[in-house]
Design a protein. Sequence first.
Length: 572
Amino acid sequence: MPSGSDTTAEAASSGPAADRPGETPEPAAAPPPGDGEAGAPVPAAGDRPGRFRRLGRLARREAGRSLLAAVSGLALGFAFPPFGVWPLSLLAVAALALLTHGRTARQGAWTGFAFGLPFFVLLLKWLSVVGWDATVGLSVIEAAFMALLGAGLALVSRLPVPALWPLWTSCLWVAEEWARDRTPFGGFPWGRLAFANTGSPFTPLAALGGAPLVTFGVALAGGLLASAALVLWRLRGAFSPRAVLPAAASLVVAGAVTAAGSAVPIPTAAAKSVDIAVVQGNVQQPGMDFLGRPMKILNNHVEATLALAEDVKAGRMQKPDLVIWPENASDLDPFQYREAYARIDKAVKAIDVPVLVGALVDHPTKEGYVENQGIVWDPKKGPGASYTKQHPVPFGEYVPFRQQLSKVITRLQRVPRDFYPGDHTGVLQVGPARLGDVICFEVAYDEIVRDTVNAGARAIVVQTNNATYGRSGQPDQQLVMSRLRAIEHGRPVITAATSGISAVVSPDGTIEQRTKEFTQDVLTARIPLRDGKTLADRVGATPEWVLAMVGLLSCAAAIMIGRRGRTDEKGQ
């Protein structure tokens, strides 16, 4: 780690010459307020050619750094499914830390944006099914949060005690995800570092502090790698064994942070277990028009369940204790269409166990609204308790500012009715099992899954319909979230997908079974029903808030110290 004696080198590293090996930087005067280049003259009022020349110099100077940031952002994208090269997440974090080190907040913001935009475009390319403008538009919004992260990283790199620099950077990553997961329109948690590390040594940390602690561990290890690289860079041409000790210490701590997850116990034992069947009925075609003709998707699930019942009757398969259908398994409201009701009831009576049915149901009191529900359907009593999705997807399941935006973006008219959000957790008694139902994208939101477990769920069910984004990588990205949630809450996670990927995940995050996309299939498995709570369940969002506040306070401290330094210079 850099020591206090490295102050001169640290100041030099922020100048353009310090970024070119073999050149000795010259001391540069502090830039005037608002000036993007140290020592550059401020053009007189109306001196447009001078301003353009200054902007041109700034653009040329930042071009190489911007390119490196973009490449680093793409590297982070490849850490996520369907590629899944998780070590790239460490290298990408380290690269962004180095590229923003010693820079101004404005320069850091631009570097963060140059990093974030290609990252999100690669990560969210599955949205191109809707339109590439949707992919780019959402990526720009998400990259704006990365711009704030870049500005924060630049600020905290100037704090005293360089040994703590990796700590500040890792807390800022948590703060960035904290903000992005909540705003706008309830947030969009895709692209969290934790979701790139659901099969890495960091994953067990989820049992202690959830996804935020996994993100913190990854960012801390990446920051320590950056710290070691920075020390070694400063020692170029003046290498000595003693001077390299801070770099070695950083690498040792990074290794310890990476290995820390292996010490976290992952309990899987349970006093009771149940046999389940997961029905994947399939759809007519992938893409926006997956629904096809009415009743088609419902009939697919009915027929697959009837075939399962025949196999049970013939002794080819063991009778399950319950059956799980996916989101939108009934493409018609069974309470409004008698034929849909009759078809579901026939399948449930044939298998003769409770079935958790995913269906779109008209809102009982608010005309024009629809509810995305999981309904417990009993072979004797018929439909009973239900769970309504609490977090509908903006612009996918409801349109904010519909009256204004639909006139400008005609594509939004393809969302004819807004989904109405539910107001309670998805704990449902389905036969002998108390299941916690979350629907589709809700698996990405910490509080929804955590509240369901704390309300008494002994296993987690994710009912989902990814037919719109099939074969795009999106189902793979959602499946790894199920792996993380299994470890975080010590529960098996059953993903039931209309067209795939359906899967059974054990409490230790192992994918026991999974289906292929766009096939009709039935998974059968015995799953444990667990009552114990993990530390992550007990502490809730506290680690995230604490780490995020540390990151924000470090930025505030950097701003205050910077202002004090400028005041002292003026006083002299």
